[in-house]
Design a protein around this ligand. Sequence first.
Ligand code: 26Y
Length: 804
Amino acid sequence: MLTNKEEFKQVFQKRLVALHGTEVQEATTQEIYKTLGSLVREYISENWINTNASYKKSGVKQVYYFSLEFLLGRLMGSNLLNLDIYNVCKEGLLELGIDLDDIEEAEPDAGLGNGGLGRLAACFLDSLASLELPGHGCGIRYKYGLFEQKIINGYQVELPDNWLKEGNVWEIRKSDKAVEVKFGGYVTTEQVDGRLSFLHHNYEKVLAVPYDMPVVGYKNEVVNTLRLWSAETIIGNFDAYSISTHDQRKIIEYKRSTEAITEFLYPDDSHIEGRTLRLKQQYFLVSAGIQSILHNHKKHHHDVYSLPENVAIHVNDTHPVLAVPELMRILLDDELLSWDDAWEIMTKTISYTNHTTLAEALETWPVDLMRSLLPRVFMIIEEINRRFCQQVWADNPGNWELLRSVEIIRDGVVRMANLAIVGSYSVNGVAQVHTEIIKKREMKHFYQYFPEKFNNKTNGITHRRWLLRANPLLANVITELIGSDWIKNPTELQQLSKYVKDASFQEQIRSIKHNNKLNLAKIISKECGLTVDVGSIFDVQIKRLHAYKRQVLNVLHIMDLYNRLKEDPTIDMPPRTFIFGAKAAPSYHFAKKVIKLINTVASIINNDKYINDKLKVVFLENYRVSMAEVIIPATDISEQISTASKEASGTGNMKFMMNGAITLGTLDGANIEIEEAVGDDNIFIFGLTPNEVLNYHQVGGYSSWDMYNTHPRIRKVMEQLITGEVAQQAGDFKDIYDSLLIDNDEYFVLKDFIPYVDAQLKAGQAYMNQNKWTQMAIENIAQSGKFSSDRTIKEYASEIWRIR
Ligand code: 26Y
């Protein structure tokens, strides 16, 4: 029905009338979007049912990827592309006088994630389905996704992201698959048939209702499932509190507190805030997800002993790691298994990815909170800890240091990473350097104790969304040149290496970049009222705002460049447009001040007519997936300037290289592997190495005042933070100044400043030789296939999950 243009036009018009009682000429964009969505979802349904049936019939092992975040972005474009009906719909709609681009714009981003970890989960789902692997997502259907960012007077202001207000065309509510999740209460024990049973009383019941979203594979008829859980009240739950049903206030309070569980996504990706609601969210997801998996397993298999042969459960960071005690609880209390049998099954089923070594992002939960909210789960964690410590002590008598560092419960908190490592059979980092840091430093005791559990899986991105969909012009010329095999097999992009010196290909690459820059310039003009020169270098840093990601380093360089231009307007440099996009956690004051600093510097520079054709600074409001899709194809320089050792991997870096931007970065995360892939000549690397940073942390020896005293240019920009025009616009930027000098610059911004300025200079010079620059761009595109999430997912599938 959607594979033939004429038929499409007919059913589309009919459906529009049926759903909205209107004709094309009268319909709103929203009505057209919903009509198209409803047709596409219907078109997906058949394959969805068939995929499920075939999994059931063949009995193949399934993987469930548990994540508190899935940063999906928009789905219309990628669904049309993967279903291979993009062109039919595009042309059909055009003949009806509708531009598909406008319709795609009507879809709100599904912003159910903060940043890299959430977007990785979304890329993984795309790769699983496209590789025809039986893998599904399990997450939360937040009513509000990551906040919408407004910039007012240079400051970030957060507004709720009401992404569901017009409904969600992709989801299907599955009321019949709802399960109950229990919170609070207390536990008693009792001997039943010679076995100690645990009885849970006086708990509060919450209904978990799943909403399923289809995950469409690329032209392969596979449709996997992303199951998102929503919290609802259970009618008749009031007896548990001996509340009379007439007590309206308590009923309203129960409804409010229940629905609050899945109301919003926590807008933080680093500092763990020990908030009860977040712990509730974690347990809610895990309990609902595991119940539904076990229910399904038992429908098709005799008993739970075969669980590890049929199911793999993956936990995305420690956020869903209560899967460990929850699975134990069900196996012990409901399935009546012995501890040893339950433990054997659980530890063959659960695997874990670590995404950070930042101490402040390692989760811990107070024992008191855990015990009162999840009394039975906490008892199980205590027992896991007791047995594990006993074993460690027996194996290493007298080794207090070891015991202290691996204990799951210590100093009144549950250490979630420790629970994850003990409970899972595989622990992986997300880039080579990150995995080495975990093994040799952060988790070295665990590595010594369980070396076989640790492994690396370098992150990847789906080239379907980030090249094929986001940059169709580039995708087309690649296909013209080397054929379309690269789409199924992205390492084929390497063939482009042969054409690095091909003048006509170079010309195409330049003209596509130019086109994409025009496109972005239009958006900048519309959103910021600013005219930017598409002949200038588009120098881009888009990512969450964080001290360790060092947006400050970028701004200080801009200030320095501006200072130099003011001194000598004739210096020979290509014009530059610096582009930023970043959200700061609402409670992260330093990060919010950096946003103000960027906007302050932008307003001074953009209003200075004297140097105006040389320099522009743009802060794009409300950075999100759909915005990244426009910015990345238009970028010349990709800023990846985190303090070495702090960025576990980064994935933006991969998206940029795949679109022909050149990385300007530190030896951190996957930048290191990008450098290995493209070679020194096709990347600009600067700054401290991970080992140098880690050594400074260990033995000290760095003083940021030395940098300040030695380099007049550093001194000048630092002074500008507290006096003069920049400072005046915000009161001052004393907090940033203090962090860099008084607090001795934890992230080595001033240490890396001069090397960064030099690398920027080199990049600018390289850009002036357009021929050479284009060669670098082509080599980057050619080597980017390795960073497709298809490669990553194949490694997870064969080395961790053992799925086919
Ligand atoms: C505990 C809670 C506050 C929390 C919530 C979200 C803690 C961390 C996060 C998210 C972390 C995150 O996004 N990490 C990023 O994961 C990417 C995918 O592996 C990496 O590329 C990136 O380097 C890492 O910072």
